[in-house]
Write a protein that binds this ligand. Structure first.
Ligand SMILES: O=C(O)CCC(=O)C(=O)O
Ligand SMILES: [Fe+2]
Length: 315
């Protein structure tokens, strides 16, 4: 664990090995504490997870480059009912940013659907790399959430949520800024997801804000992932864990590729577990529908509010 009790100007780093990723092991318990402490203090942590090999890392970013090299006319075919889950690019406020979302990315059907849309004649290596990567990250997400829910004694509640969890993979590309162009890749925000797991390729740019207001740069590494809490996690956890504020700043003129796996809860009314409500922690959130929140986020009311999730279901 890379941090002491007091806040430092470094994000917590947690190693995940075969040993401590196994429930009932002694190191599982200590890792669990570190995970919860990191999420409470920083809303995120850097995870070194060796199940995702260098080979998988390279394959998924190769797949991503191949995807972005497709013509825009093809990429815009990826649409979604949910703003931001389809194709995004050439947005006036974030001109460097481009992304494509793959819904249900941990299922063969989800990945197949997307692959066929982009390559009507198929693309096996793309399909296989995406599915393998998504499944591994999805499993990792479940390890993390199991640790969190055990630690708060809310395993049963998590079990219900887990059954309704869907995964979205966003493949993201930033072009380098031109001379005199602003260097903002992505403006400061929190994610609307439950949990987000980010992965960068070679070029840094991701920055996370600490509670005392400093922006910390996250260095890319093939085996490291950034696990962040999203807005929905805060509402489910009655505010115990806050969402991580982050942004992307481009420094050189090199292109930057990154991946985000976002979890969402579908077809379930999410409720704060009873265990998280007491005199010290009065109930702060009404039961909510995560996907309805995604729609709400793009309304005028949400735009005007400082914290859309609170505007949506806060008490
Ligand atoms: O590119 C990154 O590292 C961050 C992307 C991100 O924050 C997002 O898509 O919500
Ligand atoms: Fe984000």
């Amino acid at each position: 664990m890379g941090y002491a009790n007091e806040m430092q100007n470094k994000l917590p780093v947690i190693e995940f090995t075969k040993e401590n990723s196994h429930p009932h092991s002694t190191s599982w318990i200590s890792t669990r504490e570190n995970v919860v402490r990191a999420l409470e203090d920083y809303s995120c942590f850097i995870a070194n997870y060796d199940k995702i090999s260098l080979e998988i890392h390279e394959a998924i970013f190769r797949a991503s480059k191949e995807l972005f090299d497709l013509p825009v006319e093809t990429k815009i075919l990826n649409t979604s009912e949910y703003p931001g889950h389809g194709f995004l690019g050439q947005q006036p406020l974030i001109p460097l940013y481009e992304s494509l979302g793959i819904e249900n990315t941990t299922t063969p059907q989800g990945v197949q659907r997307f692959t066929n849309l982009m390559w009507p004649n198929g693309n096996d290596s793309f399909r296989e790399s995406v599915l393998l990567y998504s499944k591994l990250v999805g499993k990792f997400d479940q390890i993390v959430m199991r640790m969190v829910s055990e630690s708060y004694g809310i395993e049963k509640d998590y079990e219900t949520i887990r059954e309704s969890m869907t995964y979205l993979l966003k493949l993201i590309k930033y072009r380098g800024p031109k001379e005199l162009e602003k260097k903002v890749g992505l403006s400061p925000h929190t994610d609307k997801s439950f949990i987000t797991i980010l992965h960068q390729h070679q070029v840094k740019g991701l920055e996370i804000k600490t509670k005392d207001g400093q922006w910390l740069v996250v260095d890319p590494s093939p085996s490291s992932f950034i696990v962040m809490a999203g807005d929905a996690c805060m509402a489910w956890m009655n505010g115990r864990i806050e969402p991580a504020e982050h942004r992307v700043m481009m420094s050189g003129n090199e292109e930057r590729y990154s991946l985000g796996v976002f979890t969402y809860i579908k077809d379930l009314i999410v409720q704060v577990p009873e265990e998280l409500v007491d005199d010290e922690h009065p109930l702060q959130y009404k039961p909510f529908d995560h996907y309805k929140f995604l729609h709400f986020y793009f309304t005028e009311e949400a735009r005007r509010s400082k914290c859309p999730i609170k505007a949506y279901c806060g008490l």
